[in-house]
Design a protein. Structure first.
Length: 280
């Protein structure tokens, strides 16, 4: 890459390519090296594939654990989410909006910050808007965040906002579902959005395009939620989260192993080839 030119599209020309020095042992040594690297990299690839299959199986186990918990609820009544929560649609950023008078500058949650089951707050931007607009797009502790668009299997998957950034606003592509706390526990709702019945609702009702899908506030309100007494909601959530924590720790360990094995493969090739002598 030291010979490459260009900024957005680095390239190398034929003359530079022809002038690169390469190690060139005799043919027998080349075959031995190639056979060794083929065998070792194939072995590492098999280990990566096995770990990836374990991750897929673990993902299915997580889905089954969540789904079974809600399907086996005693005395649950399915109620339309619109009767249990308010949906706040968020703020539309307008570069041409006049910013004079009573304005505020606040942190601003975008789609990129709302991941599947967690929030990524490493890169949160700020926005300056009139105070009256900020008032209608301010997050509150206990809001369940759902993204409007993205991959079909990610629509409507909820994450609870716990007030990590005081006064934080949210983009219009991120819905803030605000449960009535006398009827619905936010964490219970967020967990339910990861179950098969909830996934089927959003996949069935999502508007699909070539590469993306989207949902709407009305479709979110149409989600049927199995409702039980609040104490039962708390108990279910606490029980399932304990089970999920163990599985998610295992998933993290498997992902870390995959990364290390891929690094090992790269280092192996670099070490073997880099140790050869350049022929002058």
């Amino acid at each position: 890459m030291s010979r490459s030119v260009g900024v957005s599209y680095p390239a190398i020309n034929a003359s530079d390519l022809g002038n690169i020095d390469i190690p060139l042992p005799d043919l027998d040594e080349q075959r031995r090296i190639a056979d060794y690297l083929d065998a070792e990299t194939a072995r590492l690839d098999r280990v990566v594939a096995a770990r990836q299959r374990q991750l897929e199986a673990l993902s299915e186990r997580i889905l089954t654990t969540i789904t079974d918990a809600f399907l086996n609820l005693d005395g649950a009544t399915e109620i339309r989410l619109g009767y249990l929560a308010r949906v706040q649609t968020g703020l539309t950023v307008d570069g041409g909006r006049e910013l004079t008078g009573d304005v505020v500058t606040r942190p601003y949650l975008r789609v990129a910050n709302v991941q599947s089951g967690y929030l990524d707050l490493e890169d949160v931007t700020e926005v300056t808007v009139p105070r009256r607009l900020a008032a209608g797009a301010t997050l509150r502790t206990g809001d369940v965040l759902m993204t409007e668009g993205g991959d079909l299997d990610k629509l409507g998957r909820g994450t609870v906002w716990n007030g990590q950034l005081p006064g934080c606003l949210h983009q219009n592509h991120v819905f803030a579902v605000r449960p009535d706390r006398t009827k619905l526990v936010p964490e219970y709702l967020a967990l339910y959005t990861r179950s098969v019945p909830a996934r089927m609702h959003f996949e069935r009702t999502g508007t699909k395009t070539t590469n993306l899908a989207s949902t709407s506030s009305s479709k979110i309100k149409d989600l049927r939620v199995p409702v039980v007494p609040l104490d039962s909601q708390h108990r279910l959530y606490e029980r399932i989260v304990k089970e999920l924590d163990a599985m998610e720790r295992l998933a993290s360990a498997l992902s870390a192993q995959i990364t290390l094995i891929k690094e090992r493969k790269h280092a192996l090739i670099t070490t073997v080839v880099g140790g050869l002598q350049i022929q002058s």
